[in-house]
Design a protein. Structure first.
Length: 404
């Protein structure tokens, strides 16, 4: 049982305000909290990070435990919701005045109700529960929801431009950090115990990036070859772009595009650390950027914006920010990206469309719709990975080839 400290609970309550009132991303909020309290020890830092993620993950269930409707937290709510979390885990509460009026037995009874709707017990919005059950099937979605509510493991990708997986594993072992290799991704290592990896000299030297093993399959699916011209058209901060550079052995040209310039700035910083000198970044500031690149790429990666339903175990706050109308707009954006960006590919070129969504409407349905109106493309293979079946983040990959 973890020992409670008032100053840590105050920090948790502030973090919940930042996430649910001010709209901050949970990972960024936690990063800010830890950076703002440099005197916290390793145990305190781990407690704050893990507990805040758990409170966000089980947000709806915790409010149900209080017997109140879910809402943005007000003063004192963070304390009460933490009490519910601890009671749900079978932990006792100190006799503190903040919890004097809390009826612990009533909380336990509400949480133990066997008739709880799945959306409450699994802590997701009603609309998302209904949509996912409709698209995946009721039983399959139930299994995926349970898997999505388990914390995600930490995976690393050994950077082939600097090292290999076995050498990296040995170096990490020298710091007392145990890892195990992935059976799915040849450069992936799972870190057995959470620690601050970014303080390590191997990270500063660019020997690894933090990246889920399913995510590492995306760049590999494109099969980029040394000397080719590859376009990563939705590059973001560049995790998959960096992987492309490593797979190409630092030879050829990679053009990283994104509509957000600040993400490309982060990519350039990461590329310098990784020794990936073949990457050029270019913001998509107008439709002319895409038109100028028509018929220019040997291979094209479309890591499309999506609902993120496959990575809710890693980003649990996303389920509370996602809305049905936004999901509808995302599907339109995905179809538009496929339609316009595919023209950057040369005849005979290769295209990978990828999302971190579990929903077929963002995945197989998008590819079927695209192929119906683009006979010059053929689907060579597609693959889905899910938390429940593969113990990975949820990802969808479609490998297409332009045949004309």
């Amino acid at each position: 049982m973890s020992r409670l400290h008032r100053h840590l609970i105050t920090a948790l309550a502030a973090g919940l305000q930042d996430i649910f009132v001010r709209g901050g991303q949970a990972d960024k909020v936690i990063e800010h909290l830890l950076r703002s309290h440099p005197r916290w020890g390793a145990r305190d830092r781990a407690f704050v990070a893990a507990t805040l993620y758990d409170m966000v993950r089980w947000w709806r269930l915790l409010w149900h435990g209080l017997g109140e409707p879910m809402r943005p937290p007000e003063a004192g709510d963070g304390w009460r919701l933490l009490a519910v979390l601890r009671l749900w885990r079978g932990e006792e509460l100190p006799a503190w005045p903040e919890w004097a009026e809390l009826d612990g037995e009533a909380v336990r009874q509400r949480l133990a109700d066997p008739q709880l709707p799945r959306a409450v017990a699994g802590s997701v919005p009603d609309w998302l529960d209904a949509l996912a059950a409709e698209e995946l099937g009721d039983e399959a979605w139930g299994r995926e929801l349970a898997a999505l509510n388990r914390p995600a493991p930490v995976w690393l990708r050994a950077n082939r431009l600097k090292t290999d997986r076995d050498t990296l594993a040995a170096a990490l072992q020298g710091h007392g950090i145990a890892t195990r290799p992935s059976a799915l991704a040849p450069d992936a290592l799972c870190v057995e115990q959470r620690t601050n990896l970014f303080r390590l000299p191997e990270f500063r030297a660019g020997m690894f990036e933090v990246q889920d093993e399913a995510s590492q399959l995306v760049a590999a699916a494109l099969a980029p070859r040394p000397g080719e011209r590859v376009i990563d058209a939705c590059a973001g901060a560049g995790g998959k772009t960096l992987h492309l550079a490593a797979l190409m052995q630092g030879k050829g040209q990679i053009l990283a595009l994104d509509v957000e310039e600040y993400k490309l700035r982060e990519l350039r910083r990461r590329a310098r650390r990784a020794g990936a000198g073949t990457i050029e970044t270019r913001p998509i500031s107008s439709t002319k950027i895409i038109k100028r690149l028509h018929n220019s790429a040997d291979a094209l990666l479309l890591d499309a914006p999506c609902s993120g339903t496959g990575v809710l175990r890693r980003n649990p706050d996303a389920k509370w920010k996602l809305q049905p109308d936004f999901l509808a707009r995302l599907r339109t954006t995905q179809a538009d990206i496929l339609e316009r960006y595919c023209r950057m590919l040369k005849p005979g070129g290769r295209l990978v469309y990828a999302t971190c969504s579990l929903l077929p409407s963002e995945n197989e349905a998008q590819i079927r719709r695209f192929l119906a109106s683009h006979p010059q493309f053929s689907l060579r293979r597609q693959r889905s990975l899910t938390p429940a079946i593969d113990s990975t983040d949820g990802f969808y990959l479609a490998f297409l080839q332009r045949t004309d």
